[in-house]
Design a protein around this ligand. Sequence first.
Ligand SMILES: C[S@@+](CC[C@H](N)C(=O)[O-])C[C@H]1O[C@@H](n2cnc3c(N)ncnc32)[C@H](O)[C@@H]1O
Length: 226
Amino acid sequence: MGWGVKREGRGLWTRNAVKGVSVRGERRKRDGRIEWRRWDPSKSKVAAALLRTKREPSEILPVPGSTCLYLGASSGGTVSHIHDVVCGADNHHGGQVVAVEISPRMTRDLVSLSQKRKGLVPVLGDARSPPEVAPFMRSKAQWMHQDLSIADQAVTFVRMTSAFLDKGGIAILSLKAASERYSDGDDNSRFAKAERILNDSRLVLMERIDLSGLEEQHVAFCCTLP
Ligand SMILES: C[S@@+](CC[C@H](N)C(=O)[O-])C[C@H]1O[C@@H](n2cnc3c(N)ncnc32)[C@H](O)[C@@H]1O
C-alpha cells in the first residue's frame, strides 16, 4: 500500500516504530527484521477509510517525513499508526505528527506514547483554535485528520485546514452523524450539510467515503487544497 503499511485480506498492518511494544493490545508479528502491528479498522476511522476508498489507498496516506496534524487524538491509537508511517523508528524519516486533544487524561497517554516515539508532539488544547495549535507546527501540514466528538465539525475543519493545510495536502474529516446537531435532521441531511460547507470552502472534496459496517453512522470526507 505504501512504505510502512501493508494490507492482508481485510486487515491492515503498519511497520512498528517501537519494536516489541503494542499501543492498545493489538497483535504484532515478525517478518525477518521487520515487526508489523495490526491496525484495526473497527477502532480507527483512518484505517476504515483506507479499506473503503475507491482510490489507490496510498493517495490518502501521509508520506514518510511529512508534517501531519491530528485533531482529536484521544489516547493515540490511530496517531501511533500515523507515527509508524511518517516517522518510523527514532524518527529516521524526519516527520512530525502534532496530536491535539482536549482531555487531560487522554493527553497523559499521548505524552507517554511520545516518550518512545520521536516526532510525535502531544498538545493539550482546543482543536478548534488555530492560535492554540500554531506554536507546535514546524510548517504547514501535508496531511491532516480531524476526529472530534462535537458538533459543527465541518466548520471547524474548514477553519483549521485554512490555517494549517499545505497546498496539495490531504485532509480527512471523519464525521459522526450523532455528534452533529439534532436540529440538522437525520443522518443523511447532517452529512449533506457538512458536504455543502466543504464545497463552499477553498477545499476540493476528492471522495466521500462511507464507513458503515466498520464505523456506524460515520463518513470520511477526503479533501485537498489546490
Ligand atoms: C472519537 S475520539 C478520537 C479517536 C481517535 N481519533 C482514534 O482514532 O484513536 C474524539 C476525541 O476528540 C476529543 N475532543 C473533543 N472535542 C475536542 C476539542 N475541542 N479539542 C480537542 N479534542 C477534542 C475527545 O476528548 C476525544 O478524545
